[in-house]
Write a protein that binds this ligand. Sequence first.
Ligand code: IPM
Ligand code: MG
Length: 363
Amino acid sequence: MEATIALLPGDGIGPEVTAAATTVLTTIAHQFNHTFHTSTHLIGGCAIDAHGTALPEETLGACLEADAVLLGAVGGPKWDDPRAAVRPEQGLLGIRKNMGLFANLRPLTIHPALAHASPLKPEKLQGVDLVVVRELTGDVYFGTPRERRQVNGEWQAVDTMIYSEHEIRRVAHTAFKMARGRRQKLTSVDKANVLESSRLWRQVVMELAPEYPDITLEHLLVDAAAMHLITRPASFDVIVTGNLFGDILTDEASVLSGSLGNLPSASLGDSLNRHGRPRGLYEPIHGSAPDIAGKGVANPIGTIGSLALLLRYSLGLEREAAAVETAIYDTLSAGHRTGDLAGEGTRPLNTQEMTAQIVGRLG
Ligand code: IPM
Ligand code: MG
């Protein structure tokens, strides 16, 4: 097949992990006889430095034309001044919104060889296999008003948590359908005991339930969900929640796998590429990790796993996706670890060495 993939390395460790995934992509192209046309574009802090905006038009245009987009990470201390008018994160949020990517899928499984690296006791991790469907283009992330204002001689700031029925309905459909292909259980997470937007969320999800009689639906308040993720993670199958709660819960869930660096994500919407598949954005769930940026030691697994999701969802290349996931799995089984996962006394592999181990297992 022929496909175009836009690469957005971004900031911090973004370029390092994106380079790792590109090596894997090149290998897959050779082995399975595909032609992938890649192009690289600025986003985030590096785009602010070059163009004064976190999402240059050229970048957005390339993403809207590509079959899929692979992103590293955005942000860093250099652009962190809370008074700054332009912020790296605007690039990421802008691309999600402009591409209409309302559903962010964040799957979590735990490699048995990493169970000891998890903060939970190994027996709690038995059978953990869940996916969070995080709403990605609404909520307090995009609601207006969003501003600072002077009130009674002091500054006040406001953000707006807002959801419309159609926004809830479409992401809930995605989650219900996803549960259908899995263990038929859906947990909807909200804060309906306090928030009006959450009460609408819960109502809309409940109204859809009769369309999915095969799915067992449960509702959890977000504070309880945060606790249950730690006390009974294996009981979850699909979790659907809003943008902010999903952001928080997925960072929490990710460390169960031993490291935030392991986890991939796929963001999908209604827009289709020229293969008739979703034009998605794929990114690791970790951030730009400024503390280790430029050292070449970042864990590439989250990004390489995101590439596997890209091959599966946006290009329909299931065999290739499975090959990448198996190579990651086997590399971990063989005991190879980057610094975030290496125990005391073991020499961690750097990003390139880890990538070489994965690439070597692709054949
Ligand atoms: C994530 C990140 C982003 C988010 C930030 C970088 C804007 O934390 O993808 O989870 O909050 O969505
Ligand atoms: Mg986050």
